[in-house]
Design a binder for this molecule. Sequence first.
Ligand SMILES: CC[C@H](O)CC(=O)C(=O)O
Ligand SMILES: [Mn+2]
Length: 341
Amino acid sequence: MTQQRITITDSTLRDGMHTVSHQFTPNDMAEIASALDQAGVDIIEIGHGDGLAGASYQYGFSQAADEDYVRAVCNVVKQAKVAVLLLPGIGTKRDLQIAADLGARAARIATHVTEADISEQHIKVSKDLGLFTVGFLMMAHMEEPNKLVEQAKKMESYGADVVYVTDSAGALLPDGVRARVSALREAVSIPVGFHAHNNLGVAVGNTLAALSEGAGYVDGSLRGMGAGAGNAQTEVMVAALHKAGFQTGTDLAKLIHAAEDVVAPKMTRPQIIDSVALILGYAGVYSSFFLHAKRAAERFGVDPLAILVELGKQRIVGGQEDQIIDVAYELSKKERVGALL
Ligand SMILES: CC[C@H](O)CC(=O)C(=O)O
Ligand SMILES: [Mn+2]
C-alpha cells in the first residue's frame, strides 16, 4: 500500500467565502482556522473569495478588511502556513507585502489558464518576501494538456514552488484530470497540485484521479464550502485519501469535529449541487459566478440557467463578472420581444 505524504490546503476560509457572500468575520475565521490548525492541516487559505483586494462593487464587499482577516488568523494558528490568494489585476504587490508582514507564509498566485505571463511579477515578489508560492492555473478544463504545460512551465520559470491544475468550473471528469496532471508531472520539476469543484459531483473522485497521476498537493473545504457546488469536502477527501493509503498528516476525527461543530453552524445555506451549480459544471462556467448569476436572474426576471448557458457559449472567464449583467439584460430584452410577437 502506498504511503505517500500529500500536502492538504484547506480553502474553507477563502473559496468558502463565496458561499457566505464574503461575510465571515475575523472571529469566525480565527475559530475555524484554529480548528483546522489543531487537526494538522498544512496550509490554510483565507480572505475574500476573490483574493486580496477582492472586496469591491465588482466582486462584493467582505465583512472586514484583508488585514483584519490575516491578523486574526495568524494570531491563533500555530503550525499551519496561512495562505492568501492573489489574482494579478485585482491584488497588488503591496497587498502581498502587507499580508506577509502580518504573518501570512504562503501565497497562491492565480491566473486564467492561458495567462500565466501576468503572474511573473507577483510570483517573484512573493518569493522575495519568503512566501511559499503556488501558481494557480484557473479554468483548466478550457485548455488541452499541452497548452497547460506551456503555462505551467512559465510559472515554474518565475519561481513557483508548486503549480496547480484548478478546475474552477467543476467541469472536469477523472480522465481529464488525469491527462492534465500527468502532462504537468512530465513537464515540470516542481510538485503539481489539484483544486476541485463539485459541480458534477466528482470532486473527491477527481482528487483521487489527480493523486493517481502523482499530484502532491490537493485542496478541500470543510463541509465542501466553496463557489458553485463547493470544493472537495476536506473531511470526506481526507477519509478517502487515508483509505487509499495516502498520508495527510491530519487527524480525521478533529476534521470531522471542525466541520460539524465549528463550520456547519456558521453556514448560511447548505452546500448542495442545485440546478445552477450543476449547469456551471455542465456548461464549464466559473464557479464564482454562482451567486452573481442568481442575483442577475432575479433582477432581470430571467432564468439563471439561460444566463449560464450563454456565458458558457461566450467563454466568459473570471474578471468578466460585469458581462453577467449584460447577458441577463440581453436575455430579458429577448424575452420581452418574444412576448410581443
Ligand atoms: C475568484 C477566484 C477563484 O475563486 C479561485 C478559485 O478557487 C478557482 O478558480 O477555483
Ligand atoms: Mn475554487
